[in-house]
Design a protein around this ligand. Structure first.
Ligand code: GLN
Length: 491
């Protein structure tokens, strides 16, 4: 296919932006095209919770004026969707929970603000696991999202709506959040590119909190170049988030021409053990061979505490969630049970009726782990493991530039397959969770297919090494075309 034959909905942000600047397409035309695709195709996927056609067209008209006036940037006029965890002023922010089904935020999240200031056009809010708890997008109050590569399978989670929508060409890019893998794992299972930035690189202000010491927002798009453009606009210090880091934002999109010749890639022994599907392993090995052809060197390393990351996470994350979700009491905002006979019953029933099963499970585990008699045995212990996991990475980065391996142990699984067994579901994030515990950045990029289902390669970097990660990802995408494939039926 020559460049001009690629349909608009499959073009990268970079290509669409060039067309907008040249005047060969308008933002209004792009918004109409993507809204029409959402209308036609999303009933099969359920990737959107809310679509806002009028606002989007109004914004697009304003963007076209800025482009005509010559005051636009590289993201002006490009359509986008936000995970429904980011507060959007005047537009419902549900977090895919009955608890927030009626919640209209009075302000925009910083990420929403910044991408708006960059000129992007919001088409709507994407489906997700309830309060971002899940790996399959099956815990949503609004029903599961389906994977466009096979609609009987899950898109991954919790940013499953964002990943499915981008993969199906319903929108060129979307935001997501990643507490234990929720950007990278759905990106992998849907065959797109997703980046979880260093903790503190992107403001969490206005992002509904799940586990505050782990949560981090980031972009999902088709290519590393597009992700670089988006990160450049999202990242940066925010005085309204005390954990955001005051450090200059690099121009990621302009640092994509570096060679990987001489790059040292760490490959973790523990990532290639039991639980990893052998066909997925073969795809990852072949991606590593490709990097070797480009001049990179492979070094086998060990992250000895890898096996402890899932258990440590499932104490720390529920503990923080039990505290964060205490605010949903039926009093100030959100769901309130009807006709309670007392204040206490109002609290109890509002929470019992407003939260789904997985959220309740996490609140109970977290409350237990933090309770007086068990704090030392569980929470304190988990924090110690967290430190050891971080130190493993610190030693590894003394001798390697990046770490590569599978994003997910398997390709997408069937809807319902893991729902009855939470522990099996939790193991979906076995390769991603340690990165959040350590606060490191990592990207997942498409690296081939197993039986027609996408495989993701995870590349982990040192703190604030996003520019290198994006360049390393981009170099692979220059010599492969996995990221250009579209799911049958959504071409
Ligand atoms: N799947 C993990 C969980 O259920 C991670 C979710 C996330 O990153 N938000 O907690």
């Amino acid at each position: 296919m020559t460049h001009n034959e690629i349909p608009l909905h499959k073009k990268s942000i970079a290509a669409l932006s060039a067309m907008l600047q040249q005047g060969t397409v308008t933002s209004v035309a792009l918004v109409e095209l993507f809204l029409e695709r959402i209308h036609q195709l999303d009933p099969q996927l359920n990737s959107f919770i809310t679509v806002i056609p009028e606002q989007a067209l109004q914004q697009a008209r304003a963007a076209d004026q800025r482009i005509a006036a010559g005051t636009s940037g590289p993201l002006t006029g490009i359509p986008l969707a936000h995970k429904d965890i980011f507060c959007t002023e005047g537009i419902r922010t549900s977090c895919a929970s009955r608890m927030l089904d009626n919640f209209i935020a009075p302000y925009d999240a910083t990420v929403v603000n910044r991408l708006h200031a960059a000129g992007m056009i919001v088409l709507g809010k994407t489906n997700m696991d309830e309060f971002a708890m899940g790996s399959s997008n099956e815990t949503s109050f609004y029903g599961p999202v389906r994977n466009p590569w096979d609609v009987t399978r899950v898109p991954g989670g919790s940013s499953g709506g964002s990943a499915a929508a981008v993969a199906a060409g319903l929108v060129p890019a979307a935001t997501g959040t990643d507490t234990g893998g929720s950007i990278r794992q759905p990106a992998a299972l849907c065959g797109i590119t997703g980046l979880k930035p260093t903790y503190g690189r992107v403001s969490r202000y206005g992002m509904v909190a799940f586990a505050s010491s782990l949560d981090q927002g980031g972009p999902l798009a088709r290519t590393a170049q597009d992700v670089a453009l988006l990160l450049g606009a999202m990242a940066g210090f925010d005085e309204r988030d005390s954990t955001s880091v005051d450090r200059p934002v690099e121009n990621y999109a302009q640092h994509l021409s570096g060679s990987v010749d001489g790059l040292t890639i760490g490959v973790v022994n523990e990532h290639f053990g039991e639980g990893l599907d052998s066909n997925v392993a073969a795809r990852i090995e072949s991606a590593l061979r490709e990097y070797e052809r480009l001049g990179a060197k492979i070094r086998r390393i060990s992250l000895p505490h890898s096996a402890l990351s899932v258990p440590a996470y499932y104490v720390v994350a529920p503990a923080e969630c039990s505290s964060n979700l205490a605010r949903y009491d039926g009093v100030r905002y959100g769901y309130r049970a009807e006709g309670p006979s007392s204040l206490e019953e109002m609290y109890k029933r509002s929470r019992a009726e407003g939260f789904g099963a997985e959220v309740k499970r996490r609140i109970m585990i977290g409350t237990y782990a933090l309770s007086a008699g068990y704090y030392d045995a569980y929470y304190l212990k988990a924090q110690k493991l967290r430190r050891l996991i971080g130190e493993d990475f610190n030693s590894a980065f003394a001798s390697v530039d990046v770490i590569m391996g599978p994003t997910s142990p398997t390709v997408s699984f069937k809807l319902g397959e893991k729902l009855a067994d939470p522990v099996t579901m939790y193991l979906s994030d076995i390769f991603t969770i340690a990165v959040n515990l350590a606060g490191l950045p990592a990207i997942s990029i498409p690296a081939g297919f197993v039986d027609g289902l996408p495989v993701g390669l995870q590349i982990i970097g040192n703190y604030f090494d996003e520019a290198r990660l994006l360049n390393v990802a981009h170099q692979y995408q220059q010599v492969t075309d996995w990221h250009e494939q579209a799911p049958p039926g959504f071409e």
